[in-house]
Design a protein around this ligand. Structure first.
Ligand code: FE2
Length: 136
């Protein structure tokens, strides 16, 4: 599976782009852990880290939206909330039933595809807004 950050996903605000790259890196590590010999400890560690990282990243974006009075804050925050809920479900399932094919598909559909879509549509829109308002 190819899950890669590309220039097409750049929002144009360096700090957000760097966080997105880190996010892709972490998700890829999780996918690798699924595909290789699965060490439950490593998977658990990656999930914990990813969960914390996602929370921090979403809060960071949301703080910027508040600071710059972004019009579409509600819809963006709601979108983040859906992702967080999906991720919590996947995490729970992994910890309960272990990794399986269905779960890997689920991860791809609900996390990877979502992330690409979200960044492409909503975060780039936010990036444009922030840049217009003087955020580099
Ligand atoms: Fe976002």
């Amino acid at each position: 599976m190819v899950f890669k950050w590309t220039e097409q996903l750049a929002v144009g605000v360096d700090i957000i782009d760097n966080q997105h790259k880190e996010l892709f890196d972490r998700v890829n590590k999780l996918i690798d852990a699924f595909n290789e010999e699965i060490d439950e400890g490593i998977v658990r560690e990656l999930l914990d880290f990813l969960g914390t990282y996602v929370d921090e990243h979403f809060s960071f974006e949301q703080d910027l939206m508040k600071h710059y009075n972004y019009n579409d804050i509600d819809i963006h925050v709601f979108s983040h909330k859906l992702f967080t809920e999906n991720m919590a479900k996947i995490k729970k399932e992994i910890l309960t039933n272990g990794v399986n094919y269905v779960l890997t598909q689920h991860l791809q559909d609900h996390l990877c595809d979502w992330l690409i879509n979200h960044i492409y549509k909503e975060d780039r829109k936010l990036g444009t807004f922030l840049r217009l308002n003087g955020k580099q």
